[in-house]
Design a protein around this ligand. Sequence first.
Ligand SMILES: [Zn+2]
Length: 149
Amino acid sequence: MKALTPLLLVSLRTLQWLWALPLTLCGLPLWLAAALQQRFYASKRPLAQWNIAGAAPVFIAHSPLIAWLLEHHPFGPMDAMAIGCCVLARNQASLQRTLAHEQVHVHQALQWGPLFPLAYAACSAWAWSHGGCAYADNYFERQARRADI
Ligand SMILES: [Zn+2]
């Protein structure tokens, strides 16, 4: 089978990025708030950045506001989370510790698009109904944990 040409690969990633955009837009306001905080307070460490991972822009941020929201998350405190193509972490240390894991969730969001939260919830329900943990035994979490160091 002939390898995908770079142009075809970029086109595919662009379509995937657009497919995940409704989710990304949910996380983008927090990224923008961190970017503004960085701009106005001239933070020494970057609070918000973005990179191109596999031809798809990923927005990465941590800030006190994000830390507070992750601490008070309805499903319990967490170090970081991915919302579409946004990776939001409590601080730089938690970002470094969880980035590989969260990038797997970004890739999952690129594949599943706006259906990802539903698929994630269905996998949690499946795990829980079979005697497992809704979080730890969730298919998407098991896949992401393979990226953990
Ligand atoms: Zn996870």
